[in-house]
Ligand binder design. Sequence first.
Ligand SMILES: Cc1cc2nc3c(=O)[nH]c(=O)nc-3n(C[C@H](O)[C@H](O)[C@H](O)COP(=O)(O)OP(=O)(O)OC[C@H]3O[C@@H](n4cnc5c(N)ncnc54)[C@H](O)[C@@H]3O)c2cc1C
Length: 320
Amino acid sequence: MKSAVIGGGITGLTTALALQESGAKVEIFSRDSFEKTTSYAAGAISYPYGVEDSPRTQEWYRQNDEVLLSMMDNPDAGVFWANWTKCTYDPDLEIPEFFMRLRDARVLSEAECPQDYKKGMVARLLVMHVGRYYPFLRKKFEAGGGTFTMREIKNLKELEKDFDLIVNATGINARHFVNDEQVYPMRGQVVIIKNPGIDFHFATFEGRNYFYPRYEEILIGGSADVGEWDLTPDDALTNQILSWAATLDPRLANPEVLSVRVGLRPMRPEVRVERDEQSCAVPVIHNYGQGGAGYTIAWGCAYEVRDLALGKAGKAGRAA
Ligand SMILES: Cc1cc2nc3c(=O)[nH]c(=O)nc-3n(C[C@H](O)[C@H](O)[C@H](O)COP(=O)(O)OP(=O)(O)OC[C@H]3O[C@@H](n4cnc5c(N)ncnc54)[C@H](O)[C@@H]3O)c2cc1C
């Protein structure tokens, strides 16, 4: 089977690998270089943020973690464990049950929280370093005979003569590409600084701030602006993010900023993983709308696409 995957972000690349594993010859088409995708800006912790909480997303999350665990022995994959701490200034905040479902989750007392935080929780999460994980997967895809082509596809019919199957993994652009008005952006901005030797993962319940060391770098966030499409970094926000980080550790007072990244989380009331026989002469499988959890559920969605491509009902999903 010759398959085309439209989209070279984490969703498209992972799906391409899953199809390749099942014996398909796969070509990825990407309009943008990786540095211009949402996937490039991600914090990439394995945690289902900004996505429906449903049995199928929970199953996709479980499948994804299983694949990540299988990669942990290979340092090139950039997958590792982190103790993820999330704190609040509100001593009366009831930690939502959802957080307590995370691996080894437990509530933190005031004494265990940093600074003036009053309460918190800690859980063990798998984490991907985007700068290693994405190139690792891409290398695997190309070593397996896959082709990555930089080209914008204007419509699905453009590919129907040359392929037996088309996957639509266009992320936020699905709103325009297949006129899906249920897709909308949640803009996120992060600052990457050189790591002076810090090794704790921290996030706040109030505001949007988080702090994720990645070997030689630290990714600091962030923002979550619904309906905002602007990809230009906001300097005031960068300063706010850096000022917040400086309160966490004195070594962050004069950080070496490596880059500022902006991405548009592809939000949708439900992730769309659906086989479509109507749009062109060959089957299309849509795979987009992963919100703030593209790295967390990519493998689960990819296996669902593979099953739908093989004509099986997806194990976890249903047409959204
Ligand atoms: C600040 C931030 C932090 C995040 N943190 C996390 C996190 O900790 N954990 C997590 O799981 N997720 C996180 N996310 C969410 C995650 O990044 C997204 O869910 C994921 O990147 C979406 O991937 P995608 O491949 O669907 O879309 P994208 O990465 O946007 O890729 C879309 C691809 O489609 C291509 N494309 C679009 N239209 C066309 C066309 N017509 N022709 C050809 N190509 C086309 C684009 O060029 C691109 O290659 C975060 C996001 C942001 C912004």
